[in-house]
Design a protein around this ligand. Structure first.
Ligand code: M6R
Length: 366
């Protein structure tokens, strides 16, 4: 039942504060991750992990791409991420003490399931799934499952599954970081506190709905959109581009902002909207130079930032200035206004938001 909402996608976007609260429920104890709540034998396995291989498709793959930054920065273990349909059809080398993590909303994605089955024969230390459906094949066939608890997701465009996958990933990173001695108590407390603050912060992002709806009018007549970000915001840009193309049928591409000069700058003209995710952080100055590169070529800029980033509206330059949030959870936070942007663009275009043409919710055949 959609209740007060026009579409399931809209409902699911607005459910994210509650979904994240549910994902955290019982998984935090005394300001730290409750590792036993991940799985009864999780601590033993996680303390041995030396490498993580993530395998997934679509939006779940984009969540894996964000998590890669966290595994190397927080947990202190090397991490690779691969699209399941590629992983399953190539020869790969299994690293010692490597944990395979499949990410999936449905738990039934054919390529991801095939990748899991292959990995189980290929010497992985253990296979974990981060999944939203308890009765699914991935949950049944994995050594252990860390459930996202997003609740039923009906819209074909995945929203709350993505943000709860990232919530699970941060908990997992805090757990591995502690078990491997790569994270201080203080750092772990900080991650946990940031996660606990996140639901209320996402509520505050949802308040920008009307402002984002207004912004979306600029995109409806466009044929292309470019999304840019650096660091964890590069995969957030990827996820935003996927959302836009999937539900509005506008061609959208994401680039790591530092790649502009290596090709995509040639695309920039007054017909090319460029969305930049630019919160205040160590990379902001770099992102600002990239913004200048676009501005100098007459690109239309739409910058999603926080009050500390110091952007204001100007000619061909519109900003959505969000509240400042903790850096560690900010990629999850920024996902939400960008989901709203795609949603509103699709509404103007009049597409079938919940059931985009040619797509299925669960891709159970390859
Ligand atoms: O159920 P899964 O998370 O395994 O599904 C993977 C993709 O099919 C899925 O994320 C797809 O890309 C979505 N429609 C994106 O919104």
């Amino acid at each position: 039942d959609k209740g007060q909402y026009r579409h399931y996608m809209q409902k699911e976007i607005f459910e994210q504060p509650v979904a994240i609260m549910n994902t955290l429920d019982g998984r935090i104890k005394d300001g730290r991750v409750n590792i036993d709540a991940i799985a009864p034998n999780a601590a033993e396995i996680l303390s041995k992990v030396e490498h993580v291989q993530i395998v997934a498709c679509g939006t779940s793959y984009n969540a894996g791409m964000v998590a890669r930054y966290w595994f190397e920065a927080i947990a202190g273990v090397s991490c690779d991420v691969e699209i399941a349909s590629e992983f399953r059809y190539r020869k790969f080398v299994t690293r010692p003490n490597s944990l395979l993590i499949t990410l999936s909303q449905s738990g039934e994605t054919a390529d991801t399931l095939a990748a899991l089955r292959l990995a189980k024969e290929s010497g992985y230390m253990s296979a974990m799934t981060i999944c939203n459906v308890a009765s699914s094949s991935l949950v049944r066939e994995s050594d252990f499952a860390f459930m996202t608890r997003a609740g039923v997701e009906i819209g074909v465009a995945s929203t709350k599954a993505f943000t709860t996958q990232l919530t699970c990933m941060l908990l997992l990173n805090a757990a591995i970081g502690r078990l491997k001695g790569n994270l201080t108590d203080e750092q772990e407390h900080h991650i946990i506190q940031s996660l606990q603050r996140l639901p209320a912060q996402i509520e505050s992002a949802l308040v920008f709905d009307k402002q984002i709806e207004k912004l979306s009018e600029d995109f409806a007549e466009k044929h292309h959109t470019l999304f840019l970000g650096r660091g964890e915001y590069y995969p957030i840009a990827m996820e935003s581009a996927l959302k836009l193309k999937e539900i509005s049928y506008i061609h959208a591409e994401a680039y790591a902002a530092g790649e502009l000069k290596h090709g995509p700058l040639a695309l920039i003209d007054s017909e090319m909207p460029v969305v930049v995710v630019a919160p205040e952080n160590d990379l902001l100055e770099k992102v600002k130079s990239n913004i200048e590169e676009v501005r100098a070529r007459g690109g239309q800029l739409y910058v999603f930032a926080d009050s500390d980033a110091g952007f204001t509206d100007a000619d061909n330059f519109k900003t959505i200035v969000l509240p400042k949030v903790d850096e560690v959870t900010a990629p999850i936070f920024y996902t939400v206004p960008l989901q709203l942007l795609s949603y509103h663009i699709a509404l103007i275009k009049g597409t079938d938001v919940d059931q985009p043409r040619n797509l299925a919710k669960a891709v159970t055949v390859e």
